[in-house]
Write a protein that binds this ligand. Structure first.
Ligand code: GUN
Length: 297
């Protein structure tokens, strides 16, 4: 293996430690802790794990975690009413409604109900618009985490060719906006892209966010490129009945060619929660009128 490993776990731990110090300072100035409300509807096992981890990380950073669990049978009106209550609650700086929601609920409508200034997920159309026009808003956590790792590794990204594989609202599209803002030349590739291998091979930066296990092979990577693997796919493991996590990139092959690469697990994954805490801390400062030093986080 020739590539350097980009240790997202260590970077996320560092960010969380810095946030805890900023939170302590905020508490002294504002007389309260930043508050994050997380809403979970139904019993999806993966969502339950995510929500538990988010609550734990929030408390560990010295912040207030408000958790709301509604049954899978909750009506759309009940969820809207809860979100409106959280919008009006001064102790709540950030609101996250865990997705996916049950099929009978209109996700777009629920997200549209969140106050954009408490939308720490950055999913509300107002924040999508702010991001695409360069205004201050909230940026989705996973792509912002990827940018932090890229800046840490590469410094100035100006002029680099970036190829994003995947065009989801949560990762691919905001990633494109963020890389544009870093002055990259950005290509968004997807399932209908012709000659995907050749497109990826042009990239100085590859961001893989397709949700297809190990789809991007080693010989698709330009030598020395920086590879950010957003995929988290559970596949059968070596032993019968066991599973393992793999990314969207064939790690062992790509690591022979790339300059640097994020592993799965331990790469982008841990960044998502750390950036969620960061967005909540930013929201708390803005809402309370407490200045936050530029570049502090
Ligand atoms: N489900 C999976 N990832 C996310 C996320 O980042 N935010 C929300 N709200 N739900 C998710």
């Amino acid at each position: 293996m020739s590539a350097d490993i980009i240790d997202g776990k260590a970077f996320a731990e560092g960010l969380r430690t810095r946030l805890a110090a900023i939170v302590a300072d905020f508490r002294a100035k504002a007389g309260r802790a930043p508050g994050l409300a997380v809403v979970l509807v139904g019993e999806d096992p993966a969502s339950q794990v995510y929500v538990r981890s988010k609550g734990k990380a929030t408390r560990e950073a010295g912040m207030e975690s408000f958790e709301y669990r509604l049954p899978a049978t909750a009506t759309q009106d009940e969820i809207v009413a809860l979100v409106k209550k959280l919008n009006a609650d001064d102790a709540v700086d950030g609101i996250l409604v865990q997705l996916p929601l049950p099929a009978h609920v209109n996700e777009d409508l629920i997200i549209a109900t969140i106050d954009p200034d408490k939308d720490v997920d950055g999913f509300h159309v107002v924040n999508v618009g702010r991001l695409s026009t360069g205004l201050h808003g909230y940026v989705p956590c996973t792509p912002l985490g990827c940018i932090m790792l890229l800046r840490d590794r590469l410094g100035d990204l100006s002029g680099l060719d970036a190829v994003i594989v995947g065009r989801s609202n949560i990762v691919g599209k905001p990633m494109a906006q963020l890389l544009l803002a870093e002055n990259c030349t950005v290509t968004v590739a997807h399932s209908r892209t012709k000659n995907l291998r050749d497109v990826v091979r042009r990239a100085d930066i590859v961001v893989a966010a397709v949700g297809r296990p190990e789809m991007i092979r080693g010989d698709w990577i330009k030598p020395g490129a920086t590879v950010i693997d957003v995929g988290i796919n559970r596949v059968p493991g070596a032993e019968p009945g066991k599973t393992k996590l793999v990314g969207d990139v064939a790690f062992a092959e790509a690591a022979e060619v790339a300059g640097a690469i994020t592993p799965v697990p331990g790469g982008v994954g841990p960044m998502t929660i750390a950036v969620l805490l960061r967005n909540t801390v930013v929201a708390a400062h803005r809402r309370a009128g407490v200045p936050l030093a530029k570049g502090a986080i």
